[in-house]
Design a protein. Structure first.
Length: 180
């Protein structure tokens, strides 16, 4: 494979981010229902796109909710990360991330979030990242805390999962607190 990733902005020592491709939308073998439930999202359906013979076609991104595929440095698709919202006026944004089951606990989520934080704080001049998760999602809570996010609150009984209501935990990281 040709080395096109020398000095590539969207890469660090663990992962690279790239545009989402149609082939990345194959959820069948990567599906992790528990992770989607804990992210308080409905089970996503593959996007409906025009049929194309080129499985590497890129999917057009929404400027305020760009989605990136995450690859490890071997070129394996390991998940995706996205800005859930960007508010230029107030300088705030949110991040959502999913790492597929076979690639969890390898540091890919933290590495990918670091790339987006650097972009948001250093290039877009945004001021604060807000994230939330269900209280029983220990992996997400550990991720956000390890990146310097501060717990800012709890919304009681916000999520219903497996027959029980759960709290939503709110975290925030300001640009002035960000460490690369």
């Amino acid at each position: 494979m040709q080395d096109i990733y020398n000095n590539y902005y969207w890469q660090n020592d663990k992962v690279r981010l790239r545009a989402m491709q149609l082939k990345d939308c194959n959820y069948v073998e990567k599906l992790d229902s528990e992770a989607w439930s804990m992210a308080s999202q409905e089970m996503p359906l593959p996007p409906v796109k025009k049929t194309t013979a080129d499985s590497n076609s890129e999917i057009t991104m929404d400027k305020n909710k760009p989605v990136f595929s995450i690859e490890n440095l071997d070129g394996d698709y390991v998940g995706h990360i996205q800005f859930n919202s960007i508010d230029e006026r107030h300088g705030t944004f949110e991040i959502g991330i999913s790492i597929w089951r076979n690639h969890k606990k390898k540091g890919y989520a933290k590495a990918a979030v670091k790339i987006l934080l650097a972009y948001a704080f250093d290039e877009r001049r945004l001021n604060k990242c807000n994230v939330d998760c269900i209280e029983c999602n220990e992996a997400s809570i550990a991720l956000w805390k390890s990146l310097g996010f501060q717990q800012e609150g709890v919304v009681r009984d916000e999520f219903f999962m497996n027959g029980t209501f759960h709290n939503k935990v709110l975290f925030g990281l300001k640009a002035s607190e960000y460490k690369t």
